[in-house]
Design a binder for this molecule. Structure first.
Ligand code: G6P
Length: 610
């Protein structure tokens, strides 16, 4: 994980680096640091969040017009000042920031130790510093040294390097970790993500794997590992910096929850039209001819994106009658999966940078499998490497816990499943029109749930002292309950388990006691009565019950302590609606418990390491 930023120009670098780091803090926040050149390299770093670094910088200000900064999510070595970045060589003539994991760091470290290098931290990053230094000592050419060093590195890296022999220069390199280069007027930037530099420029280069860039205030030159110059198109960022700010909300998470009606509207615009009887997915080939090549479909993702994939699996199977295997990417990649050119794979990722999802994509492509990426971050690695991309158009999601991106991913599943079902003639035009109509009504139905958020706040305050929470449902309700349980774990730190309603009596019911809260999902009408029976079983054992049900299904009030109603809708549209109250419930519980909602402990937004 980790966020890196770098500046070379005419202005003071430190405020620009700090500003960039603030918008990258979602990538990790256990320590942070900056190194700035001013007649020598000045380093300030500290354990803790960026505010700690800010305090340290007030005590020890650093000036200079070239610099690099880093906010860390620890992988090798505990969060501490010594392990925080930037790291320097023995003479303090070079500083390096790194995001990723250098897998062969132990071998390289042993080799460098034998050559007399002195290591001070437990990090894998420090080997990159000494390895570059090792090559630099041979011919005093920093670009050569960086290229020679990264050729030896196995694993993933985004690197920023400054050296006092090159006081007007910043070097950047990447492999399997994101890095963008920002083009300014008389200044240039590097960053792990676009929002970090959006205040200064909308023109960026998206660095590709095994490319190295040399930035001065007036130029950016990109090289491959043979030191040949690579030419690249400028990527113009079209979204606004305000989209990456809080807009008056207390937390990004709430802002992002409230944006969902618009996100879904954007998702549907240009894909379904009220006078066209088909789903249009530009750049994604799901024609009858193309689909006839596939004998099975895999959906692969991590975390929340995986749970949206479970909704997708159920929809494709039920609507199109094609078998779908859904797998978490970290398992898929080591499962020796049975895939070939007759397999279609859909990978889902908000960031487009998740290491396991990216590895799964590459594994599939190597087997000849066609990969569709359902991705939020435009220009991200997964978006670039997938054969086809369906963008989820949710805009930047800053809160670590995913909300609007999940809704957009589920919406993408609606579109894909409907498209496949139509290609196979499994649904009629009339059925399509019913689905289309329901999709068009989604934004206003989401809004009607958001308008009742105070009701969920009161429920959250009532149940905030629960010690254990079970989320139960059947079919699509079960898929949704998994996302509900994840959300409350992530941001409220409550122990929560999703369970298939019918499976509860095969063990977990033994855990039910008076302090247990059960959230029962009843948005699938066909399973309503069955899930009611399961709710009764836990109610009889003393648990408190909060039900999420469709309007008009009032008999649940007889068994539940509280009921939150969602608007009536088609069964396939219900998952998206049923999840909105779960998001708000988790959010308000986290607030009631005083949790750090946007930056929950131990988590990072973008998991770019295995
Ligand atoms: C992390 C985030 C989750 C996210 C998952 C997958 O765990 O905290 O919110 O669902 O990564 O991320 P992706 O960017 O691939 O959707």
């Amino acid at each position: 994980m980790c966020g890196i930023v770098g500046y070379v120009g005419e202005k003071q670098a430190t405020p620009i680096l700090m500003d960039g780091l603030k918008s990258l803090e979602y990538r990790g926040y256990d320590s942070a640091g900056v190194a700035v050149y001013d007649n020598g390299l000045n380093l300030v770093k500290t354990k803790g969040r960026l505010v700690e670094l800010e305090k340290r910088l007030e005590e020890f200000p650093v000036t200079g017009i070239v610099g690099i900064g880093h906010t860390r999510w620890a992988t090798h070595g505990e969060p501490s000042e010594i392990n925080s970045h930037p790291h320097m060589n023995e003479e303090s003539s070079m500083a390096v920031v790194h995001n990723g994991i250098i897998e062969n760091y132990m071998e390289i470290r042993d080799d460098l130790l034998a050559k007399g290098h002195v290591f001070v931290s437990e990090t894998d990053t420090e080997v990159a510093v000494h390895l570059i230094e090792h090559y630099y000592n041979q011919n005093q050419d920093l670009l050569d040294a960086v290229i020679l060093a990264i050729k030896e590195l196995k694993g993933s890296y985004a690197l920023g390097v400054i050296h006092e022999d090159y006081p007007n220069q910043l070097i950047a390199a990447r492999k399997d970790s994101p890095l963008v280069l920002g083009l300014g007027e008389g200044e240039n930037f590097i960053a792990s993500d676009i929002p970090a530099i959006l205040k200064y420029t909308r023109n960026v280069y998206l660095l590709d794997d095994e490319e190295v860039a040399v930035l001065t205030k007036d130029s950016i030159t990109i090289y491959d590992l043979y030191r040949d110059v690579v030419t690249k198109d400028i990527f113009k960022v079209t979204w606004d910096v305000a989209a990456a700010e809080k807009d008056g909300y207390e937390h990004f998470m709430m802002k992002e929850i409230m944006e969902q009606p618009k996100v879904i509207k954007d998702m549907l615009a240009s894909r379904i039209y009220d006078d066209v009887d088909e789903v249009r997915l530009d750049n994604v080939d799901l024609s009858k001819e193309k689909l006839s090549q596939y004998s099975k479909i895999y959906i692969v993702a991590c975390g929340t994106a995986y749970y949206s994939g479970l909704v997708g699996k159920s929809l494709i199977e039920r609507l199109a009658r094609i078998p779908v295997i859904t797998e978490v990417a970290s398992e898929f990649r080591y499962s020796d999966p049975i895939i070939d050119k007759n397999t279609l794979m859909i990978v889902i990722s908000q960031s487009g940078e998740t290491a396991d999802t990216l590895a799964a994509l590459r594994l599939a492509q190597a087997a000849g499998t066609h990969v569709i990426g359902v991705v939020n971050a435009v220009g991200s690695t997964i978006a670039r490497e997938a054969d086809d991309v369906l963008y989820t158009l949710a805009g930047p999601e800053i809160a670590v816990a995913s909300t609007k991106a999940y809704s957009a991913q589920v919406c993408a599943m609606y579109l894909i499943a409907t498209k496949i079902a139509m290609a196979y003639d499994k649904i009629s035009i009339e059925e399509f029109r019913i689905i289309r109509n329901e999709l068009f009504m989604l934004p206003s139905k989401i809004k009607s749930i958001l308008d009742k958020k105070d009701q969920l706040k009161a429920l959250a305050e009532k149940y905030a002292d629960s010690k254990n929470v079970f989320y139960i449902g059947r079919g699509l309700d079960f898929a949704v309950s998994m996302e509900g349980a994840l959300k409350i774990k992530e941001i409220a730190y409550l122990h929560a388990e999703p369970y298939a309603a019918g499976e509860l009596k095969h063990g977990p019911i033994a855990l039910i006691e008076k302090s247990t809260l059960l959230v029962g999902l009843l948005a699938q009408e066909e399973f309503y009565d069955k899930t009611i029976s399961n709710i009764k079983e836990v109610k009889a054992r003393g648990a408190k019950v909060l039900a999420i049900a469709m309007e008009g299904k009032n008999s649940v009030e007889k068994v539940a302590d509280d009921v939150f109603y969602i608007p009536r809708t088609h069964w396939m549209i219900a998952p998206l609606l049923a999840n909105i109250p779960q998001q708000l419930f988790a959010y308000y519980i986290a607030c009631a418990l005083g949790r750090d909602v946007d930056k929950p402990r131990n988590l990072a937004k973008s998991v770019t390491v295995e």
